[in-house]
Design a protein. Structure first.
Length: 174
């Protein structure tokens, strides 16, 4: 392999190693302005978009230990979207971009080493944001404790109601 291609494989592998979450997108027919818009939207979430040769991507994926990705036969033009801290937010950006640009197609994703097909990658975009998911988990964790407090409070309140009723009876009798 020529030195330039070896360097490209090294650069692609560095991108793969730096990000546990990757998206592969078809971009045939997109203009430079379209790519500028996509890269700007992705940059807001700390992600990058790189056009990569399929063969070199497969070699870099194999070198990085992503055998599932290296085994997939990639066809047509491929853009590698990587980086970012929230893969759901990146998936939403790609989904919204694909809605407005018919030629952009999310083909697959790699999420923490697991290969996702196009439908699974699209489903990722339908998840609520990370903060909402964390709030839901926190609510689930707090629910049993809150129910326990309500039950204990009800027992204490019932004792107080009995005592108030007893005092009311005493006051009426006096």
């Amino acid at each position: 392999m020529r030195a330039e291609k070896t360097q490209l494989v090294h650069d692609i592998r560095a991108l793969i190693d730096a990000s546990p979450d990757l998206f592969l997108m078809g971009y045939t027919g997109l203009t430079a302005a379209d790519f500028r818009a996509l890269r700007g939207a992705l940059a807001a979430h700390g992600s990058q978009c790189h056009v990569v040769p399929n063969r070199l991507l497969a070699i870099a994926a194999k070198d990085a230990g992503l055998s599932a990705l290296s085994a997939v036969e990639l066809k047509l033009d491929t853009a590698l979207v990587c980086g970012g801290t929230d893969p759901v937010a990146v998936a939403k950006v790609l989904r919204d971009f694909a809605r407005t640009h018919d030629k952009a197609v999310v083909r697959m994703a790699v999420l923490e080493g697991k290969l996702l097909n196009a439908a699974e990658a699209a489903a990722l975009a339908d998840l609520p944001p990370r903060e909402v998911l964390l709030a839901q988990v926190l609510g689930l964790l707090q629910a049993p404790a809150a129910q326990l407090v309500r039950v204990l409070n009800a027992k204490v309140a019932s004792v107080v109601y009995v005592l108030n009723a007893y005092l009311s009876e005493k006051e009426k009798a006096a």
